[in-house]
Ligand binder design. Structure first.
Ligand SMILES: [Zn+2]
Length: 320
């Protein structure tokens, strides 16, 4: 299998060694996947290299396997040879697997071969043997639309990054209280526990909110409450649902470690009370908030919360 590099745009400083390793890497990926890859472009920058590969699915394990393969080839010091052909047809005759966009290539073609690994048409400079690449390291894999971006380093920058990543990984294990051999399990367990706690908090929040006793103020039905450490999303959802009923007002504060979050909402159609304006008028310099005339969310210093709740209630009484 082969790749065509004439279509690849190079940006920034062209790095001969990094580019050579990239041939080996794309070749390794192709062998593992059993398909030819479309590399839209490759960027070689001071901070590192990125290959943009158009493919519907590229798993991390595949990339890691290809990385292993590239480092084996580097250790073996596979030779790199270049052959020139008078035309793309001659090149394809010699290398039937050479993929080439015939329409784009005219005249002389250079074919670059990594010994028993990969053949590609490429006009750029290459190392004489893969041993010159020293070490190949993938540092990031991410999906962006219909293509994957693979960041990689080669040679000394790759060795430096490996040490730095290893140090960061060990510090992360200490932070997580994890054994280096079982850290993935620890992370999954922590994630599972966090999900369970989030679900519990959601249930507790729903129970507390459902227990609010409505109060009558003139035409309004006021659902008012001050809580501690409930799920803010559940409060917003609750306010949205309850104000579907005509003349319902919701005024709820959720006190956190440093600030309290406040939701003040009314039915969208049954009143012209401007919740947002009223909140801003009462909160003054003790907090801030914003939203729509029928729905405002804001924050306030804990020590000013009582004042806010009282004054808001007074204002509601005035407009009821
Ligand atoms: Zn090349």
């Amino acid at each position: 299998m082969a790749i065509l590099y004439q279509d690849t745009k190079y940006e920034g400083v062209h790095d001969r060694i990094a580019h050579t390793a990239e041939h080996a890497f794309i070749g390794a990926l192709q062998k593992i996947l059993g398909q030819t890859l479309q590399v839209r472009k490759v960027e070689h920058k001071k901070s590192g290299n990125t290959a943009f590969i158009i493919i519907s699915d590229l798993e991390l394990q595949t990339v890691l396997d290809a990385q292993e393969n590239v480092n084996e080839l580097i250790e073996q010091g596979r030779n790199i040879t270049e052959r020139k052909f008078g035309s793309i047809e001659d090149a394809i005759n010699a290398y039937p697997l050479l993929r080439a966009n015939k329409a784009r290539i005219s005249g002389e073609v250079r074919v670059v071969e990594i010994e028993n690994h990969d053949v590609a048409a490429c006009a750029l400079e290459h190392a004489g043997t893969l041993r010159e690449c020293e070490f190949f390291l993938v540092t990031r894999l991410s999906k962006n639309g219909s293509e994957y971006e693979v960041d990689f380093l080669v040679g000394k920058p790759a060795k430096d990054a490996a040490r730095s990543l290893s140090a960061r990984f060990m510090r992360l294990c200490i932070e997580l209280g994890a054994n280096i051999n079982t850290v993935e399990n620890t992370a999954m367990k922590l994630k599972g526990e966090a999900d369970t706690l989030r679900q519990k908090l959601k249930s507790v929040s729903l129970e507390k909110l459902a227990a609010i006793v409505p109060g009558k103020i003139g035409k309004f039905t006021l659902l008012k409450g001050v809580f501690s450490n409930l799920d803010d999303d559940q409060i917003v959802e609750f306010a949205g649902e309850r104000t579907d009923d005509e003349n319902v007002l919701v005024l709820i504060a959720n006190v956190g470690p440093e600030i309290a979050r406040v939701v003040f909402a009314r039915n969208e159609k049954s009143s012209d009370l401007d919740c947002s304006e009223l909140f801003k008028q009462v909160v003054r310099a003790d907090g801030r908030g914003g939203g729509k005339p029928h729905f405002v969310t804001g924050v306030i210093k804990r020590e000013a919360l009582d004042r806010l709740m009282n004054e808001m209630t007074e204002e509601i009484v005035k407009s009821a």
